[in-house]
Structure formats: structure tokens, C-alpha cells
Design a protein around this ligand. Sequence first.
Ligand code: SF4
Length: 307
Amino acid sequence: MWGDKRYRSFNYEMKSTFDSKVIKLSLDGGFTCPNRDGTLGNRGCIFCGEEGSGEFAASRCLDISEQINSQKQLLSKKWDSGKYIAYFQNFTNTYSTYEDLKEKYYSAISQDGVVGLAIATRPDCLSEEVLDLLDEINRKTFLWIELGLQTIHEKTAGLIRRGYALDCYDEAIKQLKKRNIKAVTHIIFGLPNESKEDILSSVKYVAATGTWGVKFHLLYVQKGTDLYEYYKRTPFHILSKDEYIYLIADSIEYLPQDMVIHRLTGDGKRALLVEPLWSLDKLKVLSEIDMELKKRNSYQGIKYQKS
Ligand code: SF4
């Protein structure tokens, strides 16, 4: 149904929309985060490293057009479709003045070959003013907003210091939907003390919101994060590769067929990663997910129930 996959992958969706492969250029807009600058907290989410959530982005010393050019050069050695999504990835990319955001977003979408814009943020950083700006941009380009929900369980959200309640996410989704702006929700698998049922209930909850896309992450315990210190003091269960693969396959089954799966596993930094080390072989993990779905003769949406 979706090319060679049993789920609606990001690549499939981009090819269907833009008729060719689309490359994401990870940018650093020079923003910070209310969870790190003292507004909500000083140390950020427990798993967040010094470089924020976008550790593969271009250098913040460069302006947006320079970052786009340097990313294009870097990535064109590997792929060269000439179509790009500018992706504001690092920290909270709606957390600045209206003028600053407007200048950076417009600068990004005006560069050659940029066919769309992706903005990663927190649901509590979408003021009316910001939503109006996003509404305006959404009428000019292919826009989506990424929200780091991670879990629907308040106990875990407290432990990871997420800094907002579930109803704040619900409201953000409502406001984005009202303006026809696409949202992508991030969920982390393997958070401390979450059971398989806890993880799947987060997935089912997000499936019911009608978010345009999802990103599934595996929790990384990385050096230099508070999570690593927590893990040393209070070791918790680390998902095995098989557990992760079964959980991902289960999750795919619970998503509606029109939901775009942007990611099924991530890229941990080899030098910093403490657990789970099996995750370093990303291609193997992705291929075993395909194999598991094939073994089950299953596909995205097979267990989805519209509420
Ligand atoms: S919201 Fe994102 S950038 Fe801010 S502390 Fe959490 S993970 Fe880091």
C-alpha cells in the first residue's frame, strides 16, 4: 500500500507529495527553551543534552541561508533531489519574539529548493501571535509543527521534567487543527518505569488525536545528561531489541492508515551512548521491524479503531 513498506513512511509521503525524494536540512535558529533558561526550569528534560534536541543540526554561528547552504553541500554528496524541507530542530523553535521568528522562517522558505518547513517546539510555546504567524506561513508552504509529547502519563512526565500537562498538548493540537496546520507528535519508548501497556496507551491516545504524523523514539541513556546520573543511581529496565521491535510493530498496527510515520528509531551519538547499545545498528533495527510486520502478515492500521 505504501511502496515497499507496510506503513506510511515519511519518505513515501514526501515522494507522493513532491514527486521525488525530499531532504531535511536540520537548522539551529539560535533559540533556547523555557525548560532550560529558568522560565520553567534550568536543566531541561532529563534526557536533553547540552546541544538540545537537535544534535545533528547546522552551526548556530551561521545565519539561516548559510546553514541551509552548508547542509545542502553536506547532504548532496549522499542524495541530490534538489528538494528540501528546512527543519528548525534545536531547542524550542517558536520561543522568541514574533519579529525574530518571522525573519528566520521566511529566510528559510525563501531559499532555493526549499519546498517546506518543519518546526520543532513545545505545546506550551504556541501563543496566539505565534499561531497567527504559523497560519500565515502555512498558506505559503508545506508546513508542519513537531510536538515533543513523549508520554501521556503525568507521573512519567514529572519524572522526565517535561514541564507541561497533557491538556496543554490537547489544546495545541486543537489550535493547530483549527488552522489546518499539520502536527507531528513525538513519543519515547522505554521511559523509566513505563510498562508495555503504558507505552501502547500513549500510542493509542496519539492515534486518536488525528495528528498528521508521529515520530517514535527509543530512549537513549547518554553521557552528559541527567538521565545518565538518574540511571546510575536508579537503574531501570532498558528495552531489549526484540522488545522494541515488537512494541513498534504493535504501535504501527494501532495507528490510522493516513498517519505519517516520520521515524521508527533514532540516531544516538556513538561516543555518548550508554544504553541501549544495540540501537547503534539502526538499519538492522529497521529491517527487523519490516520482518516482524511481514511475519505477522500485518500493516499499519490493522488494529486501529476510530473512536
Ligand atoms: S523541551 Fe526539548 S529542548 Fe527543551 S529541555 Fe526538553 S528536550 Fe530539551
